[in-house]
Design a protein around this ligand. Sequence first.
Ligand SMILES: [Zn+2]
Length: 379
Amino acid sequence: MSTITVSPLADLSDQDLLARTLRLAADERQATALLVAHLAELDARRLHLAEGHSSLFSYCTQVLRLSEHAAYGRIEAARAARRFPLVLEMLGAGSVTLTTVGLLAPHLTAENHRGLLGRARGKGKRAVEELIAGMHPQPPVPSVIRKLPTTRLPVEGAPPVSPASALPDGAPAGSPASSAATSRARPAMVAPLAPQRYKVQFTASAETCQKLRLAQDLLRHQIPDGDLDQVPSLALTVLMEELARQKYAATDRPRGGRPTAAGSRHIPAAMRRAVWLRDGGRCAFGGASGRRCAATGFLEFHHVKPHAAGGASTIDNIQLRCRAHNAYEAELYFGPLTLDGVRETPTGYSVRTELGIIVSQPAGGKYGQPKQDIRASFH
Ligand SMILES: [Zn+2]
């Protein structure tokens, strides 16, 4: 038995570390596919019974020491693989995962399995859920707004209020069917029902609920039945327009804007808008293997050639970055940031702000003013 030691890893080059990690993941997939194949055979021979276990699940968790989740996924895959050996091949190659096999398994038939597995190739959990919803469209679910009990005891009361046009008027409305509801917030859920249709469930605060009711009333002329898809959709459209206007100056009526003074770090509204549109509202960081980051949240404007190094505030020199990549590139250039967000460099000090790193040259002398003064100027 070999002993795993971590210390030599620190001596690996980045390239070797990436290559070895990739190989290990491939080995792990192969090992998983092989284990699934053996479980399928063991299951067929019902050896777990002979070994004194009432179920394969019990054998997997207690003898093989798999976690319950791992055991469940492997047993499902094993049973699918017995019917359709293609599953094993695809698991080993990494073109399906235990999770996606588990989702697909109940829908696989002798006739459709090649086509369906082919369509699921390389897809993640959400995409496979959508694939299945497309095959078996579910009827729309009724709109429900239900008051959750504030204690952990089940609350008795009227049945859930539906349809959306009749929101409960503050009265507690639980149902015997919902008596499992507790004071704990339930996790949010987005599940595809059919092509282009989703079931969305989340726990809202009383304030959100009240706003929703007010918006329904204010929109009554436009949306007479207060449809619970249309109201939030309209509200989110307005919100996104407003956020884009504020954050990226994405207005239909650009006001020219003053030209940027040479050497200024200021990014005029028109330039922010142009950069945002060019980068498609998405982080423009390109990874070493050519992958572009997919983040669309917490975007910041990034100077490709740092401002401190004479990089100008021009459309060509500014790109969108997510917060993580902006910080990553700043660290590559400036070195690690101190805890208080102030970084000392040979030429000055930098301070992290909403729009990235602001660098200030010391006023006098090579190691100019103390950090305190710089920090104060950004407050
Ligand atoms: Zn990014």
